[in-house]
Ligand binder design. Structure first.
Ligand code: GRF
Length: 189
């Protein structure tokens, strides 16, 4: 079985769903490492409670991205990670990790990229009175929310509130990420 790592900085609903689907056997892989840059994030708490191998770092303790990514890389290599899944990881991936894992780092974003890159994508699409938005899963490159698109799923905006829209986006994210991860793992065999 392939070994996957999930990186997150925040709540971790995508991370939790991935873990649940691994436990259920829907995703056939080992969740061999969880990486976070936020020691107090709920996702870290979840990893601790579920005994998922964990690496938490504080970027402020390093002089540059290369130094903390070399440390991350050590952990990834120790766990023989095959695929890296970003799930709300709020840092740009640098050359160190990109070179070590070409086409093996993926990200999920709550918009139809290239629209609404960056933070608060759902709110910004809502504020702009868009007719539709959606979810994008893409390979990661050196730019924010950029890289070859693997898949996108559209959602018509006919919601009564941005909270309701957000809920629907997350539902799509949780299902779509699992589907894509299963497909990529299959392709790697
Ligand atoms: C998701 O909306 C994802 O698309 C974006 O960050 C958010 C993370 O949410 N990259 P969660 O922490 O998985 O709940």
């Amino acid at each position: 079985m392939k070994n996957i790592a999930v990186f997150a900085s925040g709540f971790g609903s995508n991370f939790i769903r991935i873990h649940q689907n691994i436990t259920k056997g829907v995703i056939q892989a080992n969740l061999s490492l969880f990486v976070s840059d936020q020691k107090d994030a709920p996702s870290v708490n979840y990893a601790v409670n579920q005994s998922i191998p964990l690496y938490v770092f504080n970027a402020n303790e390093y002089t540059n991205k290369r130094d903390y990514e070399l440390e991350i890389l050590k952990h990834l290599q120790e766990q023989r990670i095959d695929l890296i899944i970003l799930a709300g990881y709020m840092r740009i991936i640098g050359k160190t990790l990109l070179d070590a894992y070409p086409h093996k780092i993926i990200n999920i974003h709550p918009s139809l990229l290239p629209l609404y890159k960056g933070k608060n994508a759902i709110q910004r699409a809502w504020d702009a009175h868009e007719m539709k938005t959606g979810v994008t899963i893409h390979y990661v490159d050196e730019k924010v929310d950029h890289g070859i698109i693997i898949t996108q799923q559209e959602l018509i905006i006919n919601h009564t509130s941005v909270d309701h829209l957000t809920e629907d986006i997350h539902k799509i994210e949780h299902e779509l990420y699992t589907k894509v991860i299963c497909q990529l793992l299959e392709d790697m065999i």
